[in-house]
Design a protein around this ligand. Structure first.
Ligand SMILES: Nc1ncnc2c1ncn2[C@@H]1O[C@H](COP(=O)(O)OP(=O)(O)O)[C@@H](O)[C@H]1O
Ligand SMILES: [Mg+2]
Length: 260
């Protein structure tokens, strides 16, 4: 984990103005301050959503909360004992303090490592967003904090009409954006920030994750994002050959999530 200083945003783009307009689901217990649930999205697939979701779970647990992770839709699962095994789901379960039923944690699992709407169509399954919402609400009864990991980037189709942004909107959760720091991430990050704002959702914070050990001009890229993203920078995660979610958790600035 690297040290980060307070962000110093420049004049925000008009599309950011509704960031804080939406209602947050707040806990009434001050010990569990901040949002009840978070939706973790990323600039792409493979940018560290699972790592940061697990780190958030550990950080919330360390702060005295009971926690549970959720992966509403997982692809690339491997057939095994008792059904399909998904690495993301298992990582989230290991990082959760509450053991919740698998069907709530991961309502939809598919074997092929392909786009979910394709995997679902091939399996003859319709991904029902309302079913996912019911599962989320059930998890919210079981733990103080629910961390929901999205699928791929922010607008991954789930069926013919809806995508993961619609899911985030239906769940009405503040969003944490994981930026996988590599060449090309600036536009991906800003497009995602814009798409979140366009839906009236709250960007609760973002994380800069060094997924490449030797990204050129890392500091300049980080600064470009800090100047443009109004939401708090929750952490800058260093590259690690074998990243450890517990260690990453120690560097996340959770209190920033509670800010209005
Ligand atoms: N900071 C990091 N340093 C090194 N490897 C990382 C880092 N963050 C993520 N990774 C690796 O990148 C891969 C994708 O991370 P993951 O959290 O699964 O991303 P996503 O959930 O967005 O697909 C994993 O192999 C993970 O261990
Ligand atoms: Mg993942």
């Amino acid at each position: 984990m690297e040290n980060i200083a307070d962000s110093s945003p420049l004049t925000p783009h008009p599309s950011y103005t509704n960031f804080h307009a939406t209602r947050r689901v707040e806990s009434r217990n001050p010990a569990q301050a901040g949002p009840k649930g978070l939706f973790v999205t990323g600039t792409d697939t493979g940018v560290g959503k699972t790592l940061i979701s697990c780190a958030l779970l550990h950080a919330f647990t360390a702060a005295g909360n009971s926690t549970v992770g959720m992966k509403p839709v997982a692809a690339g699962c491997v057939p095994g004992q008792g059904g399909l095994h998904c690495e993301d789901v298992e990582s989230l379960q290991r990082a959760s303090s509450v053991r919740a039923p698998r069907e709530l944690v991961n309502p939809y699992a598919f074997a092929p490592p392909v786009a979910p709407h394709v995997a679902a169509a091939e399996a003859g399954v319709t991904i029902d967003l309302k079913h996912i919402r019911h599962a989320y609400l059930a998890l919210a009864e079981l733990a103080d904090k629910v961390v929901v990991e999205g699928v791929g980037g922010f607008r991954v189709p789930l069926d013919e009409f809806s995508d993961t942004a619609d899911l985030a909107q239906l769940l009405d959760l503040p969003i944490v954006l994981v930026v996988g720091m590599r060449l090309g991430c600036l536009s991906h990050a800003m497009l995602t920030v814009e798409a979140i704002a366009a839906r009236g959702l709250t960007l609760a914070g973002w994380v800069a994750n060094r997924i490449e050990p030797d990204m050129e001009r890392f500091d300049a890229n980080l600064e470009a994002l800090r100047q443009r993203i109004v939401a708090p920078l929750l952490g800058v995660v260093a590259f690690a050959p074998q990243p450890d979610a517990v260690r990453v958790a120690r560097g996340l600035l959770l209190p920033l999530l509670s800010q209005p």
